[in-house]
Write a protein that binds this ligand. Structure first.
Ligand SMILES: C[S@@+](CC[C@H](N)C(=O)[O-])C[C@H]1O[C@@H](n2cnc3c(N)ncnc32)[C@H](O)[C@@H]1O
Length: 282
């Protein structure tokens, strides 16, 4: 990928950081089942040193810090300084001590070889400009026989949290189909695709599992739209180009279309994600 595309991706994330920080508690609840799956698949236990790559405003880092306890620690990293700052202030607010922070890109990690028992990335790897280079780098800093674990979206049509908004928006404006190999949420949605990348990077015992769960949080449809329209840079840019009347129409149509996923006015979407893991050979 060219430098221009790389800086576009990071610019979008830089601009998204304040919204991810605003909605961090909702996002933590929504994706808690992914964090549990990563902890399980990477075999993270008390006392471990764990690297989180693309940790955004602090997850799964903060949950893993509680899991590894005072005898272990987490290194929370992200390419965007504003995301790292948000994670740092949330850790301070919660009084979490066994966590450190570093702004860095996934393919250039400022750590010694064999530093971590495990390395994870939740909903991050699909945005890396060169995933093979990044996963090689994550393997380099992981100890022998340590595990790398990733959570990525499965196909959009299995995820109403994603496709309902996309469908409504595309009724009102021309949208280009996303390039499946360019950085984007569904880049590794096809089963086996990230498995091949992880094997190419040099991991052994590469495995994949489909995780079915509910994306849940105690928010209304109004709050869902507020979060959804703000936290995706791609969607924000599309909406910004429209008149305020059309934006209002889209907002109302989305709220109508998601009604069945808000029993008792609380969000609960069925979701499917892939958990892909591999080990560093000894
Ligand atoms: C969807 S967010 C996920 C954040 C967090 N892990 C979570 O699950 O809530 C993707 C994150 O990837 C980060 N990111 C994008 N490209 C990156 C890169 N090349 N290296 C490291 N982080 C990157 C973004 O800044 C953003 O914080």
């Amino acid at each position: 990928m060219s430098q221009v595309q790389l800086s576009d991706t990071l610019r979008e994330w830089r601009e998204s950081a304040k919204y991810w920080e605003t909605h961090a508690r909702t996002i933590q609840k929504m994706f808690a089942p992914l964090t549990s799956a990563l902890i399980e698949e990477a075999g993270i236990i008390e006392g471990d040193a764990v690297l989180d790559v693309a940790g955004g405003p602090g997850e799964p880092s903060l949950t893993i810090a509680a899991k590894v306890g005072p005898a272990g620690f987490v290194m929370c990293t992200d390419a965007v300084a504003e995301m790292v700052a948000a994670a740092e202030s949330e850790a301070a607010r919660r009084g979490v001590k066994n966590i450190q922070f570093q702004q860095c890109q996934a393919d250039s990690l400022p750590f010694e070889n064999n530093s971590f028992d495990a390395a994870v990335s939740r909903l991050g790897v699909m945005f890396f400009p060169d995933p093979v280079a990044a996963l090689r780098e994550m393997l380099r800093v992981t100890k022998k026989e340590g595990t790398l674990s990733f959570a990525v979206w499965h196909e959009s049509n299995a995820n109403p949290f994603a496709y309902i908004v996309t469908d409504v928006v595309s009724r009102h404006m021309k949208t280009q189909p996303a390039d499946p190999d360019a950085p984007g949420a569904f880049r590794f949605a096809e089963p086996g695709k990230l498995v091949r990348v992880l094997a190419e990077a040099g991991a052994v015992h590469v495995r994949e599992r489909l995780l079915k769960f509910q994306i849940e949080a105690p928010i209304s449809r109004e709050e869902f739209w507020e979060m959804r329209s703000a936290t995706s840079g791609t969607l924000r840019e599309k909406l910004d180009a429209l008149s305020s009347d059309l934006r209002l129409t889209i907002a109302n149509e989305v709220k109508e279309a998601v009604a069945e996923y808000f029993p008792n006015e609380q969000m609960s979407f069925p979701a499917q994600m892939l958990i892909v893991s591999g080990d560093k050979s000894n």
